[in-house]
Write a new protein. Sequence first.
Length: 251
Amino acid sequence: MSDRTPAGQFFDAAIGLLQRVRDEEAEAITAAGTLLADTVTAGGRLFAFGAGHSSLAAQDVVYRAGGLALMNLLAAPGTVGVDVVPATLGSALERVDGLATAVLDSSPVRSGDALIVVSLSGRNALPVEMAMRARALGVRVIGVTSVAYAAETASRHVSGTFLKDHCDIVLDSKIAVGDAELTLDTVAAPFAPASTVVASALLQAVLATTAAALADRGVEPPLLRSGNVDGGHEWNSRVFEQYGDRIFYRH
């Protein structure tokens, strides 16, 4: 029997989106995971970036038990989540030209590295410029975005382009414009966003692919273990020592 409560409807919507990205983005997920494995074996470094709520998915793959130790967070001040006060400043900073270039040029990112850029709309100056500048530096870019925004909204970057236009691989989250899965006659606005659920799942699927690809090549994936299991800290210390020159969140 179907659960028609708002909670049940949201779960159904989220599950439907996850099934869509599993089936429709399978080729792109494999390509993205392979690109990251290629980067690791070639000695490159891995970075993830997102602004506002899109930063949540980027943070979810950094210093994460069960995740790749080599994934580093690339952050633009004032745009990492909603911690800046007022929170609306973060949204304003996403529209500032030149900020992405300043962040990249001050970061350890270099040619041969790989960068994941997460942006639901992909329309603001910050993610578009981040992808453009990174590729100009010789960095491979994986974009996680909703392609629907490019068809239904206008770009806020001076070029008139979207994040999807500046990526080596695009992962389409399938999220509808507005990021709200539910409506009720008694509620004035649509509600219940699912973009974080889907973007996080996409990235975990990519990194699972990367770990398996490295193992297939005879390379032990540099995975982290939970510090809350016996031996976890010792395991992680060995990984940090082996890959310390590619891990920047410990400096």
